[in-house]
Design a protein around this ligand. Structure first.
Ligand SMILES: Nc1ncnc2c1ncn2[C@@H]1O[C@H](COP(=O)(O)OP(=O)(O)OP(=O)(O)O)[C@@H](O)[C@H]1O
Length: 372
C-alpha cells in the first residue's frame, strides 16, 4: 500500500499543503514545533478517522478556521483509492472514492497504517489504557466487525455506568439485567478477538524480539482478561464465564457505582524469558519489546489484508540505537512505504536515507529538498 498524494486544508498549523510522494521513504525534517508530526498525524487520521494523540477532533482544526480537510490518493495492490475527511464543529464526514460513508467502520481499513511514535516506547511500561488503545486501533483497522462491537460496547457501558452511578437513589435491577446481558454479548466478542489478535501477534513478535535480542530473549504476550481465556477461544464459554463474574460481583458494582469488569479494564501482559517485563524489564528490553510489537504489527497486517501497511515513524529513529534501527530498516527495505520525521539527520542510520525524498518543514510550510 502506498500514499501518492496528500492535501491538507486548515489542518493544525497548515493553511494549505499539497504533497506528492514518489519514493519509498519520505523524511520530514525541521526544528521543534514546525509541523512535522502534524503531517504524519494527518496521514494517520486519513486512514483511521482518529488521531493517535488526541481524542478531540476539534484540536485538528486550525485555530482560526471552522473546518479542516484531509484528502489523499493511495494505491493498494488491487485499486486506486481516494480518501477524503472533513472535520467541523458538527462532526466528521468521510468519503471513500468520492462516496460518503455513513459508518466509519466502512471507511477505516481501506488504507492501513502503522504509527510508531515516542509514546509507543512506553507502551510496555505505560498505562493499561495505552495498551487497550493499541489493541483497539490495530484490530479496528483489520476488522470492521471489531469496530462495530467496540462502539456498541462503549455505548452500553455508558448506560450501565449511569444506571450504577444512580443505584443508591434509584435502583433498577431489571434494567441492570438487560444491560448486563447486552454488555456480555459484546464483551465476549471483544475478548475473543483481542485474545486471537494477541496470539497471532505473538507468533511474529516472538521471533522478531528473539532476533533483535541476538537470540537471548523470548517474548511472550498474554491477554490479561477479567475471565479465564483458554487455548481454544469459544464465544459461548466466554459468555458463560462473564455471566458468572457479573452475577458474583453485582453487589460490589452497585456499591462502587460503576462497571468494574470487562474489556475496558483488561490488559496485555509481556513476559521476557518468563519474567514480567513491565515490572522487571530494563529500559532496553522495553524498547526492544515495543519495537518487536510494531514490526509484528506490520507483518500481521500483511498476513491479514495481503499487503504491507504504510509506516509512520514519528521521531523514533534517533531514540533507537544503531542495531535496533538496522533491524527496523531491514524490515521496511523495499517493501513498506515509510514516512519519517526528525529534527536532524545526525543519529539516523545512513541506510534510511538512501533513495529517500526529503521535505523541509518550517512554520506550517513544507518544501521538497531539491535533488532527493
Ligand atoms: N489546531 C491548531 N491550529 C494551529 N496550530 C496548531 C494547532 N495544533 C497545533 N498547532 C501548532 O503546530 C505546531 C506543532 O506541530 P508538530 O506537533 O507537528 O511539531 P513537530 O514539528 O513535530 O515538532 P517536534 O519535533 O517538537 O515534535 C505548534 O507550533 C503548534 O502551535
Amino acid at each position: 500500500m502506498r500514499v501518492n498524494k496528500l492535501s491538507l486544508i486548515n489542518y493544525r498549523n497548515y493553511a494549505k499543503a499539497e504533497l506528492e510522494f514518489n519514493k519509498q521513504v519520505h523524511v520530514f525534517i525541521g526544528d521543534n514545533a514546525q509541523g512535522k508530526t502534524n503531517v504524519l498525524e494527518a496521514i494517520y487520521v486519513l486512514a483511521m478517522a482518529k488521531s493517535h494523540r488526541t481524542s478531540k477532533d476539534k484540536e485538528l482544526i486550525n485555530w482560526s478556521e471552522e473546518y479542516a480537510g484531509i484528502y489523499g490518493e493511495a494505491q493498494t495492490r488491487h485499486n486506486k483509492l481516494t480518501l477524503d475527511l472533513r472535520i467541523s464543529a458538527k462532526g466528521k464526514k468521510v468519503k471513500l472514492n468520492g462516496l460518503e460513508q455513513r459508518r466509519l467502520s466502512e471507511y477505516v481499513g481501506a488504507l492501513n497504517v502503522v504509527m510508531f511514535a515516542p509514546e509507543d516506547l512506553h507502551l510496555v511500561k505505560g498505562s493499561p489504557q495505552g495498551r487497550r488503545r493499541f489493541m483497539d486501533m490495530e484490530l479496528g483497522q483489520i476488522s470492521p466487525v471489531y469496530l462495530h462491537h467496540s462502539s456498541r460496547y462503549q455505548k452500553i457501558l455508558v448506560q450501565r455506568n449511569s444506571l450504577l452511578r444512580d443505584w443508591h437513589r434509584k435502583p433498577a435491577p431489571d434494567m441492570l439485567d438487560i444491560l448486563t446481558d447486552q454488555l456480555i454479548d459484546t464483551a465476549a466478542e471483544l475478548i475473543k478477538r483481542r485474545a486471537e489478535f494477541l496470539k497471532k501477534l505473538q507468533k511474529w513478535a516472538e521471533s522478531i524480539h528473539y532476533d533483535i535480542s541476538r537470540g537471548t530473549e523470548q517474548l511472550k504476550l498474554t491477554y490479561l482478561s477479567t475471565i479465564e481465556v483458554s487455548e481454544d477461544i469459544n464465544l459461548s464459554n466466554l459468555k458463560e464465564r462473564l455471566y458468572t463474574v457479573y452475577q458474583q460481583k453485582k453487589e460490589k458494582e452497585q456499591m462502587r457505582g460503576t462497571t468494574l469488569f470487562g474489556p475496558h479494564r483488561e490488559d496485555i501482559g509481556f513476559l521476557v524469558n518468563e519474567k514480567d517485563v513491565q515490572s522487571f524489564g530494563s529500559q532496553g528490553q522495553q524498547r526492544t519489546t515495543a519495537l518487536a510489537l510494531k514490526l509484528a504489527e506490520i507483518e500481521l497486517i500483511k498476513e491479514e489484508v495481503g499487503e504491507y501497511p504504510v509506516l509512520l515513524l514519528d521521531d523514533v529513529l534517533s531514540e533507537l540505537d544503531d542495531y535496533r534501527q538496522s533491524h527496523l530498516l531491514e524490515t521496511i527495505q523495499q517493501k513498506v512505504q515509510t514516512f519519517v520525521t526528525t529534527t536532524g539527520l545526525a543519529g539516523v542510520h545512513q541506510d534510511a536515507l538512501e533513495n529517500a525524498e526529503v521535505f523541509e518543514v518550517k512554520s506550517g510550510h513544507i518544501q521538497k529538498r531539491p535533488n532527493t
